[in-house]
Design a protein around this ligand. Structure first.
Ligand code: LMR
Length: 331
């Protein structure tokens, strides 16, 4: 019953947003304020710059993209509320940040769900993955694309070989109930902190560990404060490029069509570069000589997987068993 009515709900919601779209004079440029929390040299930062460049080349004076990097305007959580108010028009939060708007996207935080970025890519490209882009339309948020960052690694002030090594440490996490539960399974503590506050919290000892893809670890210079990193690849950190639905469906069709084509092109470039970017940052981290790499044996990795497995049961009802199965099938 629920499934029959879902497309109708989305259609009605889009129709309502169309009726309430802000009025704009025909000769005024459309301004898209794109806020994000990363540096300009990060995968997300580069994606935003490429988007700005292609929009300028192809849409000239019709659309202008203003980029606000490094959380200069908002963190992801307050950024999402600003987007809903149409104070900004684009944001690309990590998928962990959407839980206030849909429980479904928590799927991407489940530990050891995806074997690698290729599996994540496959799932996101399938019908069920694409449908998630529209899972927040009723909250005025429309997903335009998935952008990859990379698989997450665990770092700490002491070596993490076995799950028991994490016990008692406090890890910085994104605001995600799944991630909180993941560390609880290790009998570790968590503290929810904005990305911008992570370095200082690690430096002061307020928290002793974190989980990041290689790109973020290196961009944030965590080599200075994390002497050990375990290559767990236990989860994914990806983004959803989102916009405000009232704003988006108020853009004249021919311009929106061109914007969508550009976004497809930028998405391809960002996602194609992801694996290479992580490799490059991994090399930087190891070359720094400050952070020691811990490589797990197959048995050790299996021990981490099994320890975190109960998290799946805890969230399977909220996320949906079928969705989890289809994600697994992408491996
Ligand atoms: C985080 O909070 O760790 C991530 O969302 C940062 C990012 O890459 O956007």
């Amino acid at each position: 019953m629920k499934r029959v009515y879902l497309p109708l709900i989305i259609l009605c919601s889009v129709f309502t947003t169309l009726l309430s779209a802000p009025v704009r004079a025909a000769d005024e440029p459309i301004v898209i304020r794109f806020s994000h929390v990363s540096s300009e040299s990060s995968p997300k930062g580069k994606g935003a710059l490429l988007l700005q460049q292609l929009v300028k080349e192809r849409l000239g004076d019709q659309v202008s993209i203003e980029i606000h990097p490094a959380a200069e305007l908002y963190n992801d959580t307050d950024g999402l509320e600003a987007l809903r108010r149409n104070d900004i028009q684009m944001l690309a939060p990590s998928l962990a940040k959407f839980r206030a708007y849909t429980p479904k996207l928590q799927i991407f935080d489940l530990p050891f769900l995806f074997d690698d970025l290729a599996a994540v890519d496959k799932f996101q490209g399938r019908a069920k993955g694409k449908k998630l882009l529209l899972s927040m339309v009723e909250k005025d948020i429309v997903g335009l694309a998935y952008w990859h960052n990379g698989m997450k690694q665990l770092s700490a002030t002491r070596p993490l070989n076995e799950p028991a090594d994490a016990a008692g440490l406090t890890f910085r996490i994104q605001d995600s109930a799944v991630l909180k539960s993941q560390f609880k399974a290790l009998t570790a503590n968590t503290e929810v902190l904005a990305y911008a506050d992570m370095f200082d919290a690690l430096a002061s000892g307020q928290v002793q560990g974190a989980e990041n893809p290689w790109t973020n670890f290196d961009s944030k210079n965590l080599q200075q404060v994390q002497p050990y990193i375990t290559e767990t690849n236990h989860g994914v950190l990806d983004y959803m490029l989102v916009t405000n639905s009232r704003f988006w469906y108020g853009i004249p069709h021919h311009i929106r069509y061109e914007l969508e084509n550009i976004i497809t092109e930028v998405t391809y470039a960002v996602n194609k570069a992801a694996a290479e970017e992580n490799e490059r940052h991994r090399n930087n981290v190891l070359a720094s000589g400050k952070t020691r790499l811990i490589t797990l044996t197959a048995e050790q990795r299996e021990a981490w997987r099994q320890r975190m497995q109960p998290v799946w049961q805890e969230f399977s009802e909220q996320i949906g068993e079928r969705l989890i199965h289809s994600a697994q099938a992408a491996n």
